[in-house]
Design a protein around this ligand. Sequence first.
Ligand code: PMP
Length: 307
Amino acid sequence: MNIKKVDKIWMNGKLVGWDDAKIHVLSHVIHYGSSWFEGIRCYDTKRGPAIFRLDAHLRRLYDSTKIYRSPIPYTVAQFEEAIKETIRANKMKACYIRPVVYRGYGDVGVNPFSCPVDVMIAVWEWGAYLGGGALEKGIDVRVSSWHRPAPNTFPSMAKAGGNYLNSQLIKMEAILEGYAEGIALDAYGNVSEGSGENIFLVRDNTVYTPPLIAAILPGITRLSVMKIAEDLGYKVVEGPVPREMLCIADEVFFTGTAAEITPVRSIDKIQVGEGKPGPVTLHLQRAFFDIVQNANDKHNWLNFVYD
Ligand code: PMP
């Protein structure tokens, strides 16, 4: 086991011991994947622990549960406070925050309506998601043989546990073939995203990223990077990206809460640009880390845990 235990996990309004945070095996979520979750980072800034874009993450969580007709039994303000309480109770500085809303124990049929909507919040320490050196050197990836879901199958705008079966197929295939990550195409063969990251391409100083209809998760880091890129004067194009753009891009990088801004140095063994993080990627990385580490927060994206 790699996860580093902390003291407490928040479950349905109470802080319980890490080892006591259990659910029944007949809970609906175990059988049918009925969960909605977030991955949020808390940074140890010079002004103390700060949660990056907590409001945007909570909005996406409430959106996910709305799509699935599973209303969260807490207000957004209560949820925000519960997250901070969990961080404080565990005396965390920098951490990863994982709230999960799930259909619990009640009935075992597919119909979820008689199962409670339960909530848990866990926090733990988590470093570079795509491996040591990934942020500095970049990673080698492949285009996955698995596609993202077709329209009107699994809603990609919901961050639902069940969607991550698709992500696991993408990730396992990549790892087993020696790559750090896979890039999935959408049902029409256009570029979608990584198994747990959004994707950006740079060509001639213009920054490209696929749109929501390309079956992507609407990433919070993606939106932030689009904003940062505009602030820095780059043209940002949100539009369909044909697969072959991956071969001819000057730079490619992933964005995500866990992955932050991770450069891609090769795709299917074709070198991206110079085979190392390019100038635009480095520029965006520097601006991003200046916000989250130095609390240089002109957009008010940081929510301080002890304010
Ligand atoms: N796509 C998928 C499938 C993801 O799991 C994630 C991680 N939440 C992202 C994109 C990036 O989203 P965010 O920047 O909000 O973490």
